[in-house]
Design a protein around this ligand. Structure first.
Ligand SMILES: Cc1cc2nc3c(=O)[nH]c(=O)nc-3n(C[C@H](O)[C@H](O)[C@H](O)COP(=O)(O)OP(=O)(O)OC[C@H]3O[C@@H](n4cnc5c(N)ncnc54)[C@H](O)[C@@H]3O)c2cc1C
Ligand code: SF4
Ligand code: SF4
Length: 410
């Protein structure tokens, strides 16, 4: 997975990258004082490259926060669930701004709550992902300061993102920033906060979404290819949103439009290209974020979510006092509508996350047995989640992971 096989001079980066545990968050580059750069490697993952020797203090800081080495433990709060993590309140809801609700991946709640924090003066900017204006299928981190900026970033981008690759520069600004990222990005930022007091001062809110895994950019090219288009000709690309779940939509320089349903793009292409780190992810639900959102899928009769088009609806969990206050404030200001939801109903909305969490223990054990490195996973209730798995399910996942490791097909 590295560009070449020589040791980089950073034992942490070597172990994480060789063990295919890199999530691509960019934290190591962001705090490396120029020693590490994030680059795209085949088949389209963002990975660190050490370009000059790392100061020992930097190496230690990476080891303490890199999500390939350690995952932030869930913090004790009012309630804790082995699948869904710590929570104050669990709700479904949506943005009241129709444009945000339509453009958003599900109900536009992440965007609406971020906009509310901005417009009510609680933060000066929102750091989140946008499509790269120069390369339509790639992604960049931007600082949004207006409704139009936030609207432009609404929706999910299922391709390599490294939102922490400039984190030191962000923390050096005299600004309060709301950060939105994947659960692993938020884990890294929380752990960085244990070493760097600027995180608490500069980043009063961290938002995450539930994450089914990060596909390589080859997955995106597969989707575009299956639309009958050449990825090199695409000038605009959305994975979903503009409806719920909305379609993948590509537009070429010549004006040709290709579309594909969410069911086909995720199920048929993107999910086949997910990196190995995601298959053993012990916290894919943003357990250390202040607020976490997800799709509040309507369960079908089989219990499997229906992906029929509908008005967008997000699941939202507040996980800290700060997150709770922001959400209540936004509801009182008419920014969004929410309805309380029993935690047991989340199992019906998110069956994929249920299946995944309860087999993480077995998959992690398989990695350990084969002598491969594994991130620290303390305080994430993977053992308690495993009790809910059937013995057959656990055995299959244990054996399957060993087979993949031995065959080099992680
Ligand atoms: C890789 C990936 C996997 C996902 N897996 C699941 C899943 O298993 N279950 C589930 O319910 N939901 C999943 N989602 C999230 C889901 O698509 C919605 O983001 C979530 O329902 C919140 O919707 P919303 O309308 O409130 O968010 P929106 O208002 O649309 O806001 C989404 C925010 O996420 C940011 N963002 C988009 N893509 C990325 C990225 N790649 N990295 C960091 N930030 C990004 C945007 O900049 C925006 O600020 C996934 C999203 C991604 C990107
Ligand atoms: S997971 Fe993040 S911090 Fe760790 S090696 Fe990968 S990019 Fe760097
Ligand atoms: S599944 Fe986990 S490791 Fe993979 S991108 Fe999502 S949060 Fe990060």
């Amino acid at each position: 997975m590295r560009i070449d096989d020589r040791p980089t001079g950073s034992p942490v980066i070597d172990s994480v990258v060789d063990g295919q545990l890199c999530a691509g968050c960019g934290l190591c580059a962001g705090i490396s004082q120029g020693s590490i750069e994030m680059r795209l490697v085949d088949p389209g993952y963002a990975r660190p490259t050490v370009v000059k020797p790392l100061p020992p203090t930097v190496e230690a800081r990476i080891a303490a926060a890199c999500p390939g080495a350690v995952v932030a433990p869930w913090r004790q709060t009012q309630a804790m669930h082995p699948y869904w993590g710590p929570y104050h309140r669990v709700m479904t809801g949506h943005a009241n701004d129709p444009d945000l609700r339509f453009a958003g991946s599900s109900g536009g709640l992440l965007s609406a709550l971020a906009l509310h924090a901005l417009e009510s003066g609680q933060v000066d900017a929102v750091a989140h992902i946008h499509a790269d204006p120069d390369r339509a299928t790639h992604n960049i981190l931007s600082l949004s300061r207006t409704r139009a900026d936030i609207l432009a970033g609404a929706g999910s981008r299922y391709g390599a993102t490294s939102p922490l690759s400039t984190i030191d520069a962000l923390l050096s600004r005299d600004e309060r920033i709301l950060f939105i990222g994947k659960p692993c990005d938020v884990s890294a930022l929380r752990l960085l906060g244990e070493q760097d007091p600027r995180v608490a001062r500069r980043i009063p809110f961290m938002f995450a979404f539930f994450c089914g895994g990060m596909p390589s950019l080859k997955g995106t090219d597969r989707v575009i290819g299956a639309m009958g288009l050449n990825p090199a000709d695409v000038i605009r690309f959305r994975y979903r949103g503009n409806g719920w779940p909305g379609e993948a939509r590509a537009e070429t320089r010549g004006g040709t439009i290709g579309t594909m349903s969410y069911h086909d793009s995720w199920g048929g292409h993107l999910s086949k290209e997910v990196q190995f780190r995601c298959k053993i992810c012990p916290d894919a639900v943003g357990g250390v974020a202040d607020i976490a959102c997800a799709d509040a899928w309507y369960g079908g009769e089989s219990g499997y979510p229906m992906f029929d088009e509908a008005d967008g609806r997000s699941l939202v969990l507040t996980r800290s006092g700060a997150g709770d206050r922001l959400l209540n404030d936004a509801v009182a200001a008419g920014i969004c509508e929410v309805t309380d939801c029993p935690i047991a109903e989340v199992d019906l909305m998110q069956p994929g996350q249920v299946r995944r969490k309860r087999v993480i223990f077995a998959r992690a054990a398989a990695v350990r047995v084969t002598g491969q490195p594994l991130p620290q996973m303390r305080g994430l209730l993977i053992g308690r989640a495993a009790w809910r798995a059937g013995i057959g399910e656990a055995t299959r996942n244990f054996a399957g992971t060993i087979r993949r490791i031995i065959l080099g097909r992680r």
